[in-house]
Design a protein around this ligand. Sequence first.
Ligand code: FES
Length: 185
Amino acid sequence: MNFETKTSGISDTPEAPDKASTTVERRSFLGVVIGGITSGIGAALALAIGRFTVEPALADSKTEQWVDAGQLTDIPEGKPVKRAMTIVQEVGWGRFHEPGSVWVIRNGEAITVFSAVCPHLGCSVNASAKGFICPCHQSSWDGAGAKTGGPTPRNMDTLEHRIENGALLVRYQSFKQGIAEKETV
Ligand code: FES
């Protein structure tokens, strides 16, 4: 009778399921390791791409730069002169060329440069008989840029300058509007 042989054949082979189980466990472990490495590489790549593409695009625009405002000899004594210039604005990955202007007053060796942008809401400031005036809401300033009337929250914004080979170079900057303090954008 070979009933016993068949029965013992089934019960005497416990190794087969254990081997299969070990193989499956190894595969699962390898899968976890490979998945972890892949995820790590993906995360590092996403971080790098974000750093060099998205971050600059979301950054604030930069307008601070030194611009040529013309020859010093072309600026008359004691009279405000408006100088137009091209401002390069960097926003994210883009570079844009914007028209800009400043007011220059020369008294002998002393030079004063004002931003022509109104500190109230950004209109372009004009010269007047008493100094400067903004056509939008009638803010006014004296010849030294001190506020004398209207809604402007502060004096006119002065800009740094230097003379190089007879040329007036102005450090063009943009300032926040509508606040009492002079703060760059
Ligand atoms: S924008 Fe100049 S007074 Fe308002």
